[in-house]
Design a protein around this ligand. Structure first.
Ligand code: HCA
Ligand code: CU
Length: 382
């Protein structure tokens, strides 16, 4: 599949609600969903209506907002959950059941044979009730499950001929890109169905695993804004965008990229957390250039040290000047921006002055500007 034909299943309103400080009001859910819709995500996954009365009501509210994105909810593999979910009017159901020895033992206690029977019964029931609904079946904790168990379950479900999509879930963040590639590739080859990847980030592979899934033919990737979710979360929306953009900008051209900073800021505010300095695209230092050698090259051609163009995301690059690693090209560029005329010789003297002072304390941007203005004033005055 060409990589630009994938779809994002944005799960901030489901997996994201499982983040430690997340608890969205109805108004906040509507705001988040509307901004995600404007960004262009194809699907929005919401917490199960079984979770609480407000969760049920909120699905109905978001569905009736009439967004372009399809609204999904996420349920256990049970008929009673399915009936509650169908009643909300959602466009799709994401059904999940654990298949790893750990979850079999501590979650539902079913054998693989019983899992196959339950899945067949529940999925057939849903399809009878809702012939047109988008139906996905996923195994939970796919990457700690036995491969032979997984294939039994997935092939039995695919043979029903009633699900639109199969999901693989790295529930504990243990998978590596090659494992994800292998599993997704098998499912694509053996079933021909759409395949979704959901990956946690416990060991830092969530973005790489999502990219590997796409390379193997996955059609859908789960994300959340800033990556929020259980523990340290899942593949972040901005991180996935950065990963795909750097492979080929065309892969993400269908999204309104300049809305990404607003999305990250909205979730940071709502959850009371900062955007990490190291965040993809929207971190405070993502487009900050510091060392003199870097600054000189970036001023000549930003692509020298930038693989992402800040302007594509409505952002600007910054050159840090008031530190001991600075170079005279940075001061020259700043003087030009301020409309000041200073000789190269004078700018080099000022650079030495900045380095001398910065050995004691980093200078602020205002202090640099004053230094340049004073020097230019002195030149004009003489
Ligand atoms: C969980 C479930 C899940 C489900 C993923 C999916 C996971 O909250 O533990 O249905 O695709 O990580 O396995 O989020
Ligand atoms: Cu999850």
């Amino acid at each position: 599949m060409p990589l630009d034909q994938f779809a994002i299943i944005e799960s901030t309103l489901r997996e994201g609600e499982q983040f430690s400080t997340a608890s969205f009001s109805t108004g906040q859910k509507l705001e988040i969903a509307a901004l995600l819709d404007a960004f262009g995500v194809e699907m929005i996954e919401m917490t199960s209506p079984v979770a609480s009365p407000q969760s049920d009501a909120d699905i109905r509210t978001v569905v009736s907002a009439g967004l372009s994105a399809r609204i999904l909810t996420h349920i256990r593999c049970r008929k009673d959950d399915a009936l509650r979910a169908l009643d909300t009017g959602v466009h799709g159901l994401d059904v999940v059941i654990g298949t790893s020895p750990q979850l079999i033992q501590h979650s539902h206690g079913k054998s693989i044979r019983e899992i196959v029977d339950t899945a067949s019964e529940v999925l057939s029931f849903i399809r009878e009730q809702a012939p047109d609904i988008i139906l996905r079946f996923s195994t939970e904790d796919t990457f700690r499950s036995r491969e032979s168990d997984l294939l039994r379950v997935y092939l039995a479900v695919a043979d029903l001929g009633i699900v639109n999509r199969l999901g693989v879930a790295d529930t504990v963040g243990v998978a590596q890109p090659l494992q994800v590639f292998h599993m997704v590739h098998q499912l694509v080859r053996l079933t021909g169905l759409d395949v979704e990847f959901h990956g946690h980030n416990d060991s830092g592979c969530a973005i790489a695993n999502a990219a590997a899934a796409l390379e193997a033919g996955a059609t859908h990737i789960d994300t959340t804004i800033l990556g929020i979710g259980e523990r340290n979360g899942i593949t972040p929306l901005g991180g996935l965008i950065a990963r795909l953009y750097t492979i080929d900008r065309a892969y993400v051209a269908k999204y309104n990229l300049e809305l990404l900073p607003a999305l990250d800021a909205l979730i940071a505010n709502t959850c009371g957390i900062p955007i990490p300095f190291s965040n993809y695209i929207t971190g405070a230092s993502a487009f900050m250039h510091k060392a003199g050698i870097h600054a000189k090259a970036v001023l000549a051609d930003p692509a020298t040290y930038e693989i992402l163009r800040p302007e594509d995301f409505g952002l600007t690059r910054e050159i840090a000047i008031g530190h001991r690693l600075t170079g005279w090209n940075s001061l020259k560029a700043r003087a030009q921006t301020l409309g000041l005329s200073l000789s190269d010789k004078r700018l080099k003297e000022l650079t030495h002055e900045v380095k001398r002072r910065a050995d004691v304390r980093t200078l602020t941007a205002d202090e640099i500007d004053s230094l340049l203005r004073d020097a230019a004033g002195a030149v004009i005055g003489t």
